[in-house]
Design a protein around this ligand. Sequence first.
Ligand SMILES: Nc1ncnc2c1ncn2[C@@H]1O[C@H](COP(=O)(O)OP(=O)(O)OP(=O)(O)O)[C@@H](O)[C@H]1O
Ligand SMILES: [Mg+2]
Length: 322
Amino acid sequence: MSKRRFRLYADFATGGAMDSAILKYHLGWHTIVDERIPLQGILPEAFIWYVIRALATALIVLQHGTLGDEAVTDWKPIMHLDIQPANILLDVQNRKRRRSEDDAPGSALEGPSKRRKTDREVIPQLADFGLSFFDLDFSHGPELDENPQDHILPDSDSNTRYAPEHQIFVDENSQRLDEKTDVWGIGRIAWTLIVNRLNQEGPVREGGPLVEGRALPLSQIHDANMEMVQDRYDQEVLVGSDAWPAARRYSEELKTLVRDCLKYFKDNRPSAKEVLRRVDRHLDANPGLREEMADPHGTLLEFPDDGAFEIGDQLIAHRPSG
Ligand SMILES: Nc1ncnc2c1ncn2[C@@H]1O[C@H](COP(=O)(O)OP(=O)(O)OP(=O)(O)O)[C@@H](O)[C@H]1O
Ligand SMILES: [Mg+2]
């Protein structure tokens, strides 16, 4: 890599990364004072289900090489390990055209320039595979197995945004990194969207123990996080306390799923397939959500202004000033 022998080319995602797209909400909610809550908009719940669904789908492909039931021969499950808002790209695409009167040849809406805004949808894409890996075969020398040691991040306050097993190496208590480590990443993204804030330390406990005066990050080594029998997630995670009030505005079904993805011990988290099943079950029971999900104008996200680069449009070049 250091000799730049490898290059990865990706399609350009016109909506930019999720951290910029939700900045407006972050700025609104991180200074919120309680009385203003009713005035403050939130990211639509439908969008959050939609993002969870997209990420669960991506994880299934990384794990199994396919969304189908038939396993791909010799597929090695890939762990992404860096699921965070800056690594989720939002591609604004033309919605797959449906057969309707509007789509008939010669209709007033035919052609790219006449396409209605609502014909567009946001496709979340998992990007930045800089930390990702797959397990090598160490059957000939199990003592050489490098999972998790080789992937553990340096000890730092901001690394609490990663899954517990990814940032802490305690020999007698270490957990391998696997699919569930990335499920924690889905939980982190969804937690961020539910609190409508980009929190550097990652998901935290509300009303629980404080560490140096601040809410305890959910992935930090701490008795409160490692207690398995009574984990108090329903009372301390996404409960909408005064510091994180936006969470009050979302359904318990959504928050329960996200809490499960964020369980300290990875065996208590659902698999990507289970996450997808739970999302689909919820969408089946709430069909209105599906329609609302991917509409970029409904989500009120902020996208980069790249109108000048519209495919097929004339590019007006300006001489640089100065
Ligand atoms: N295909 C793409 N389309 C649109 N924007 C992209 C694309 N790839 C990367 N970006 C933008 O560049 C940023 C950094 O890209 P990426 O996460 O792949 O690299 P990185 O190694 O994390 O770099 P950095 O250290 O600067 O974060 C993304 O957060 C996004 O804003
Ligand atoms: Mg990145």
